[in-house]
Design a protein around this ligand. Structure first.
Ligand code: COA
Length: 179
C-alpha cells in the first residue's frame, strides 16, 4: 500500500494548473525563501536582500515580467514562476519555485512544462532561456528532462559570500523534445 503512495502523489501533480499570480499568495511565496543563500539560488541578483511584500510588488510591476502560479485541483498554491521578455523574441524563465513541503514529487517539472507551453503557444516566444547554478541538482535535472540544453560551453562564475558559484545558461526551442 505504502509503495503506491509516490505514484498517486505523482499523478496528482500532473493535474496542476497554471494561472496568473494571485497577489494574495505573496506572503506564502515569500515564506518559502528562508535565507540569502536560498534567495540567490532562486532569484540570482534580482533582490539585494530578502524581499518583503512591498519590494516584491515593485518587482512585479516591472515591464515584461509575467508572474504565474501553479495550483492543484483544489486551488491550493503549489508553485511560482515568471516569464520575462517580449512577444516574438527570446523569453526567460525566471524564479521557478515549488512549495518546500512538496518538492521532489514532480511538481517542478509539471510547472516548467506548463510554463513552456504558455511561453511558446500563448506568448509566442521564439526561444526560452534560463539561468541555473550548476550545484542546483533538482533544478538542473528538471530543466534537462524538459529539453533545455546549455547554451554556452562554459558556465559563468558568480560570487556569493566568498564562494564561487557557476551559472549555466540553458535554452529550449519550441521543437525541442523532453529528454
Ligand atoms: C528546482 C525546483 C523548482 C524543482 O522542483 P521539484 O518539484 O523539487 O522537482 P521535481 O520533483 O519536478 O524533479 C525534477 C528533477 O530533479 C530530480 N530531483 C528532485 N529532487 C531532487 C533532489 N533532492 N536531489 C537530486 N535530484 C532531485 C528529479 O528526480 C527530477 O529529475 P528527473 O526528471 O531526471 O528524474 C524546486 O526544487 C525548488 O523550488 N527549489 C528551490 C528554488 C530553486 O532553486 N529554483 C530554481 C531556480 S533556477
Amino acid at each position: 500500500m505504502l509503495s503506491l503512495l509516490p505514484k498517486i502523489i505523482r499523478s496528482e501533480a500532473k493535474c496542476l494548473k497554471l494561472h496568473p499570480f494571485d497577489h494574495r499568495n505573496l506572503s506564502t511565496l515569500l515564506s518559502w525563501i528562508k535565507s540569502e543563500r536560498e534567495l540567490r539560488m532562486w532569484a540570482g541578483e534580482t533582490f539585494p536582500t530578502l524581499p518583503n511584500e512591498r519590494t516584491f510588488r515593485t518587482h512585479l510591476n516591472r515591464q515584461r515580467v509575467k508572474a504565474y502560479q501553479a495550483e492543484d485541483q483544489s486551488g491550493r498554491f503549489m508553485g511560482y514562476a515568471e516569464l520575462v521578455g517580449r512577444t516574438g523574441g527570446d523569453g526567460i524563465i525566471c524564479r521557478v519555485i515549488v512549495d518546500p513541503a512538496r518538492r521532489g514529487l514532480g511538481l517542478g517539472k509539471d510547472l516548467v512544462e506548463l510554463l513552456s507551453e504558455e511561453a511558446f503557444r500563448k506568448v509566442r516566444f521564439k526561444r526560452l532561456l534560463l539561468n541555473v547554478f550548476t550545484f542546483n541538482t533538482p533544478a538542473l535535472r528538471c530543466y534537462r528532462s524538459l529539453g533545455f540544453r546549455p547554451l554556452l560551453k562554459r558556465p559563468k562564475p558568480r560570487s556569493f559570500k566568498g564562494e564561487c558559484w557557476n551559472l549555466v545558461v540553458m535554452q529550449k526551442n519550441p521543437s525541442a523534445q523532453a529528454a
